[in-house]
Ligand binder design. Structure first.
Ligand code: ADP
Ligand code: NA
Length: 331
């Protein structure tokens, strides 16, 4: 039996969206008192596509500020930057030798990101899910809170753990569970209900950024795509209405309510009435976070000190697990 432990990470690839907040950060904060929580800025994943060095440094601090401002408390969670704990990359290499080419080729995110130009994608982009498996398993983490889009990678992590254990005849790595729960496991674009809200979408109107001010939030919600009908009072009335579904999901997640509870309250209203309610709620929840991020960004030494201490704590867990892995492999 493995001690329950949570690991999750976010790439410092620039900007944090409401999707990152509801699908990841808000939930990371909520897990803190349930078990040991280890959270990481995965800069080594970010560089699988080109990152300007100065921008990467700034984005890493900004992401750390986003974690802290979202309520991840360095006293209750280990918070650090991946490249500062070399054990991730060291275990990642071993997992490159465990994972199979065919497994990696099936990853839908690889297919989406590399697209038709796979020959020109970095080798790191292809191998990234094996490094992600190392991120998780170097802590013997048992639970991985993520959005829907990461489910396949956590399943690959389980396959790698299982193959390692089987190949070496040990019961050393746990098979971690993806934890995908709540109303907002997949926040969609405000402009297109079939695409996920993402920092890489070229249209800024498609997403709410965690650093957006009240005016920007209100204007993006006002202009969000909807349909002409009133809101239903039951979930089945959202079928075939992805944009309405998305706005209701966002409301529910921000308010800590279920979708049923929200619909009981807003059923029958027009979007012209619901959108201001949603935008007041979003401003209420996000504005203080944006302000705290700005305060932290003005104090980079405070952020760096937290990350240094977090890296020391992370290494204390990871180093003995890596050492034992080397021993099992015969190194
Ligand atoms: P991004 O997808 O924005 O590039 P990451 O890949 O670093 O960001 O993802 C960080 C975390 O945020 C992951 O747990 C991911 O599942 C979650 N996440 C990202 N976008 C969304 C979204 N639109 N809805 C819900 N969760 C999301
Ligand atoms: Na904790």
């Amino acid at each position: 039996a493995f001690t329950p432990r949570i690991f999750s990470g976010i790439q410092p690839s620039g900007g944090l969206t409401l999707g990152n907040y509801l699908g990841a950060l808000k939930r990371f904060a909520a897990e803190q008192d349930k078990m040991q929580t280890v959270y990481c800025m995965v800069d080594q994943h970010a560089i699988t596509v080109w990152q300007d060095p100065e921008a990467l440094r700034r984005q890493t601090r900004e992401l750390a500020a986003g974690f802290i401002a979202s309520g991840i408390d360095p006293q209750r969670s280990i918070l650090f930057n991946q490249s500062q704990v070399a054990e991730h990359a060291q275990l990642g290499w071993i997992f490159n030798c465990v994972a199979r080419m065919g497994w990696m080729q099936r990853m839908t995110q690889w297919k989406d990101k590399a697209g038709k130009n796979a020959q020109n994608a970095s080798l790191g982009l292809f191998a990234y899910p094996a490094l992600m498996a190392a991120d998780i398993l170097v802590y013997h983490a048992t639970h991985v809170p993520v959005g829907e889009d990461q489910k396949q990678h956590v399943e690959l992590t389980r396959d790698i753990a299982q193959k390692f254990n089987h190949d070496f005849g040990v019961d050393f790595f746990p098979e971690p569970e993806p934890v995908i729960e709540g109303a907002a496991t997949r926040v969609m674009s405000l402009r297109d209900g079939s695409k996920k809200m993402s920092k890489s979408d070229p249209s800024d109107m498609s997403r709410i950024n965690m650093t957006d001010d009240a005016d920007a939030i209100a204007s993006k919600i006002r202009k969000a795509r909807t349909d002409p009908d009133a809101l239903p009072s039951e979930v089945k009335g959202l079928e075939g209405r992805p944009e309405a579904r998305n706005l209701i999901n966002i409301y529910a997640a921000l308010a800590d309510m279920s979708v049923d509870q929200v619909l009981a309250e807003v059923g029958g209203k027009q979007f012209s009435e619901f959108k201001p309610m949603l935008s007041d709620l979003a401003v209420d929840k996000l504005a203080p976070i944006g302000q705290e991020m700005a305060r932290l960004m003005a104090n980079p030494d405070e952020i760096d000190a937290i990350l240094r201490k977090g890296a020391d704590q992370a290494r204390e867990i990871a180093a003995p697990i890596l050492k034992k892995t080397y021993d099992i492999v015969g190194m």
